[in-house]
Design a binder for this molecule. Structure first.
Ligand SMILES: [Cu+2]
Length: 428
């Protein structure tokens, strides 16, 4: 990743505005101006330096557009700009962040085995990055501050050189203040089409469904912590579920059609429990593309950041719906209006194996069965507010007590445990 500190003129304005807004006039009046600015730079959480909660500054911001589908050929260059937008959901006007003006951001379609370069322009009022969730990219291109690169300051640009060794559905989001920036709309899918065009079974439609939620109370958007995450780890639950940035999606299909859904959970903490009443879901892929064996399930649990590729079939005409079916409620995510006579041969095809993945797993069996050569003890600590910036994905709660001392080696013949004091819990 390459950072360019020189600011294009159209990016300099939001950065200057952000700096001006961070220090209220009252605080500036109370002390010499340079001292006030320095004070708030080091202690931005002080009440004099701004309100506790914030929303994206959408002064002069455009209304969000519909997400674009962007096909990138091998060697392509594409610019993604993070900036504030407005968007109305359930009649509530919202102040959000967007990549290239849409929530979610553009769906990037690439082919397995290719490489592209993404230019990132940070036009929000916070440092940010683009993290390429699940893609096997060079760690320096992965948008993770403190590991491979610094965060990109407001008004700056960076380049990410991406390669796509694996097919499947992946996604992108900032790795700075995910509790705020990602929750406020900075996320989108990267769809890596398989080099082998026969990798997946033929279907009538392929539909990406990018799941999220947002918190709206008493007809108003609930702000986020201005300086630090005000919820542990990755953020908070929303109470309005979103599919591709809207409250529900409608599709049409023909009787007997098989449809492949590419699901991504971009919610900060919500698990989705997917159910198509009366029908099985055929799981054909997960986080890393095709699974080694297809399975049939009645419900599918999808944790934050997880992906699943499922096929459904409509045996008759009528209305079908995909729900988030939880113990607390049941919310329709997508509806399918199915019409037409049943075709002569609508039999469910046999569950398929994926020999490529199976042979990989067989090679690993020997390593899994072997005696361990090393024992690695991971010691995870969370350091109070702001932990979200470096915390990993997942649903584990922050520990309320200090972690126990590293465990003793399981067998005396093993080498001394290696303790990593600051592991920056991560994800694939
Ligand atoms: Cu991620």
């Amino acid at each position: 990743m390459t950072i360019l500190p020189n600011l294009p003129a159209r990016l300099a304005l939001p950065a200057a505005l952000a700096l001006a807004l961070a220090v209220p006039l009252a605080a500036v009046a109370a002390m010499p101006e340079p001292m006030a600015a320095m004070h708030c730079e080091h202690h931005p959480e002080l009440p004099a330096c701004g309100p506790a909660k914030t929303l994206p500054d959408t002064t002069n911001a455009p209304a969000a557009s519909a997400p674009a589908v962007v096909e990138l050929a091998d060697g392509a260059f594409y610019v993604m700009r993070a900036a504030p937008v407005t968007k109305t959901i359930n009649g509530t006007p919202l102040r959000l962040f967007a990549y290239n003006g849409s929530v979610p951001g553009p769906l990037l379609k690439v082919r397995q085995g290719t490489q592209v370069t993404i230019g990132f322009e940070n036009a929000i009022d916070q440092p940010s990055t683009i993290h390429w969730h699940g893609l096997r990219v060079d760690y320096r291109e992965d948008g993770t501050p403190g590991i491979g690169q610094p965060a990109i300051p407001p008004g700056s640009r960076a380049f990410y050189r991406l390669r796509f060794p694996d097919e499947g559905m992946y996604w992108y989001h900032p790795h700075v203040r995910e509790d705020y920036q990602q929750d406020a709309g900075l996320y989108g899918n990267v769809w890596v089409l398989p080099a082998d065009s026969a990798a997946y079974a033929p279907v009538a439609q392929e539909i990406p469904l990018l799941l999220d939620d947002i918190l709206i109370e008493n007809g108003a958007q609930v702000p986020w912590g201005r300086v630090h995450a005000d919820y542990a780890i990755m953020g908070r639950y929303g109470n309005v579920r979103l599919v591709n940035g809207e409250t529900a999606q409608q599709f049409t299909a023909k009787t007997g059609d098989r449809v492949r859904l590419y699901l991504t959970n971009a919610a900060n903490v919500r698990n989705f429990r997917l159910k198509l009443p009366g029908q099985k879901l055929r799981v054909v892929g997960s986080d890393g593309g095709r699974t080694e064996r297809e399975t049939l399930v009645d419900t599918l649990l999808l944790g934050p950041s997880e992906r699943a590729i499922v096929e459904i079939q409509f045996p008759r005409a009528g209305s079908f719906a995909l729900y988030d079916d939880t113990p607390a409620d049941r919310v329709k995510l997508a509806s399918f209006e199915v019409s037409g006579d049943a075709p002569a041969d609508a039999a469910d095809p046999a569950l398929r194996d994926n020999p490529l993945m199976s042979s990989d797993l067989e090679r690993l069996q020997a390593a899994v069965a072997a005696e361990p050569k090393f024992q690695l003890t991971m010691d995870v600590r969370f350091g109070g507010p702001g932990g979200g910036a470096h915390a990993g994905h997942g649903t584990a709660a922050a520990p309320s007590t200090p972690p126990p001392a590293p465990a003793a080696p399981a067998a005396p013949s093993l080498p001394k445990p290696i303790t990593l004091p600051d592991p920056h819990a991560g994800h694939g």
